[in-house]
Each structure stands twice: as structure tokens, then as C-alpha cells.
Design a protein around this ligand. Structure first.
Ligand SMILES: *[C@@H]1O[C@H](CO)[C@@H](O)[C@H](O)[C@H]1NC(C)=O
Ligand SMILES: *[C@@H]1O[C@H](CO)[C@@H](O)[C@H](O)[C@H]1NC(C)=O
Ligand SMILES: *[C@@H]1O[C@H](CO)[C@@H](O)[C@H](O)[C@H]1NC(C)=O
Ligand SMILES: *[C@@H]1O[C@H](CO)[C@@H](O)[C@H](O)[C@H]1NC(C)=O
Ligand SMILES: *[C@@H]1O[C@H](CO)[C@@H](O)[C@H](O)[C@H]1NC(C)=O
Ligand SMILES: *[C@@H]1O[C@H](CO)[C@@H](O)[C@H](O)[C@H]1NC(C)=O
Length: 187
């Protein structure tokens, strides 16, 4: 009698073990194991003018970005995708992008643009530096929500990223230097 119970226990343990092993394998296999890659691939700065009299920067910046999904099974759905361009820690403006989806093993191109004028607080050093510059350090901050599915289970996430790059001011439609594609990092 005791032997029989013991045997049953053994079988149960083996079956449970096999089930959880398979479950773990399936979840792993179908989970988004690779990070989505966010990149700024091109930038064009056609206006970046500081008027010292009223501490205003007039800017016109357009960007090309890619969102690359290297995962085999998961599609990513983006909502509330907000891009904020900033210079010397001061936000210039926001660009809200329409919801989009990046399929598995696929990528999506975004083209946020920023245009307008902004009151800024710069030190004297920063102002004289600005005067001599033809290349500017821009930080692009990304705020967004996305969801993906593992099988039937929907997973929601919220994320912040930052992309640091230099943009040459282009005059007459031509830019002095080639833009270096930049990967964004978690902020
Ligand atoms: C972005 O991509 C478009 C289409 O490929 C291209 O015409 C444009 O020059 C690129 N660069 C910027 C800064 O928009
Ligand atoms: C930038 O400002 C300078 C004078 O400060 C002016 O000569 C020039 O036309 C302005 N450029 C643009 C694109 O606004
Ligand atoms: C700042 O000064 C420039 C040049 O005079 C002008 O074009 C711009 O509209 C001014 N901006 C503000 C916010 O007053
Ligand atoms: C900003 O740049 C875009 C193209 O890069 C151009 O179509 C637009 O007229 C520019 N705006 C201003 C205010 O210069
Ligand atoms: C820009 O976006 C950020 C992050 O979503 C938000 O906190 C901020 O209020 C926005 N600013 C404007 C002017 O919309
Ligand atoms: C900035 O340019 C002025 C002339 O326009 C020059 O006298 C000065 O040395 C330059 N400063 C730097 C840091 O390059």
C-alpha cells in the first residue's frame, strides 16, 4: 500500500516536472527575449538661431528614426509615443506620434520634427559657445507605452529612452558633415 502511494508520488513529480519544463520552454521561446532597438538615423537642422536680446532659440529640426524589432514571434504596439527634443537640458518642444505597430523581425520608420521658438536660459559661456558652433548637441527624449503578447497574454509596458547626438547646422540645404546614426538608451 505504502509502496503504491510512493510510486504515484514519483509519477506525479515526474509529470509535473515535465509540464513545468515544457511550459518554461514555451514561454521562453515565445517571449520577447531581445530588446527593441531605437535609433536616430538621420537629422537635419536647418535653423538654430539664438537671439540674445530676448534669449530665444529659433529652431527647425527634423529627424529620421527606426524602431527595430529583432524578436521572432512578438509584435509591438506603440501608443502615446512622445518625442521631446532638448538642448542644454532645456526642452525645445514635443512631437506626438500617431500609434504604430512594429511586426516581428521588422522595423518601422518615424519622422518627428520640431519647429518653433523657445525661451532659454543660457550662461554667458554657453552663449559665446553657441555663437561659434556649427554643430549642436541635441538630446532626444522618448516617452511611450507599448504592448505585446506572449501567446494570449497581453503585456503592457511604459518606457523612457534618451538619444544623444550631434547635429551640424545645414546652410543652403547642405550640411557640412555626415550624421552618425545613434542608438538610444534607457533613461
Ligand atoms: C529621412 O528619410 C527621408 C526618406 O527616406 C529622406 O528623404 C530624408 O532626407 C531623411 N532625412 C531627414 C532628416 O528627414
Ligand atoms: C539667424 O540670425 C542671424 C542674425 O543673428 C540672421 O542674420 C540670420 O538670417 C538668422 N538665420 C535664420 C535661419 O533665421
Ligand atoms: C525674439 O527676437 C527675434 C529677432 O528679433 C524675433 O524674430 C522673435 O520673434 C523674438 N521672439 C520672442 C519670443 O519674442
Ligand atoms: C523647417 O524645415 C522644413 C524642411 O526641413 C521646411 O519645410 C520648413 O519650411 C522649415 N520651417 C521654417 C520655419 O523654416
Ligand atoms: C512633453 O512630453 C512630456 C512627456 O510626455 C510631458 O511631460 C510634457 O508635459 C509635454 N510637454 C508639452 C509642451 O506637451
Ligand atoms: C569664437 O569666435 C570668435 C570670433 O568670432 C573668436 O575670437 C573666439 O576665439 C572663438 N572662441 C572659441 C572658443 O573658439
Amino acid at each position: 500500500m505504502l509502496k503504491k502511494i510512493c510510486c504515484c508520488c514519483c509519477i506525479l513529480v515526474v509529470v509535473l516536472g515535465a509540464l513545468s519544463g515544457t511550459g518554461w520552454f514555451v514561454i521562453r521561446q515565445f517571449s520577447p527575449s531581445k530588446s527593441v532597438i531605437y535609433k536616430v538615423t538621420d537629422a537635419s537642422l536647418t535653423r538654430f538661431n539664438l537671439t540674445a536680446a530676448n534669449n530665444t532659440i529659433q529652431y527647425n529640426l527634423s529627424l529620421n528614426m527606426t524602431v527595430e524589432n529583432p524578436n521572432k514571434w512578438n509584435d509591438f504596439h506603440y501608443e502615446n509615443f512622445e518625442a521631446v527634443a532638448s538642448y542644454k537640458n532645456q526642452d525645445l518642444s514635443n512631437s506626438s506620434l500617431a500609434p504604430f505597430r512594429v511586426g516581428h523581425k521588422n522595423s518601422f520608420v518615424l519622422t518627428p520634427s520640431f519647429e518653433g521658438q523657445r525661451l532659454v536660459a543660457l550662461s554667458n559661456d554657453e552663449v559665446s559657445n553657441f555663437r561659434n558652433s556649427t554643430v549642436f548637441d541635441i538630446v532626444l527624449k522618448l516617452y511611450f507605452k507599448y504592448w505585446t503578447k506572449i501567446g494570449a497574454v497581453k503585456i503592457n509596458k511604459e518606457l523612457q529612452m534618451a538619444c544623444y547626438f550631434e547635429v551640424p547646422l545645414s546652410s543652403g540645404g547642405k550640411s557640412a558633415e555626415k550624421f552618425d546614426s545613434t542608438k538610444c538608451d534607457k533613461a
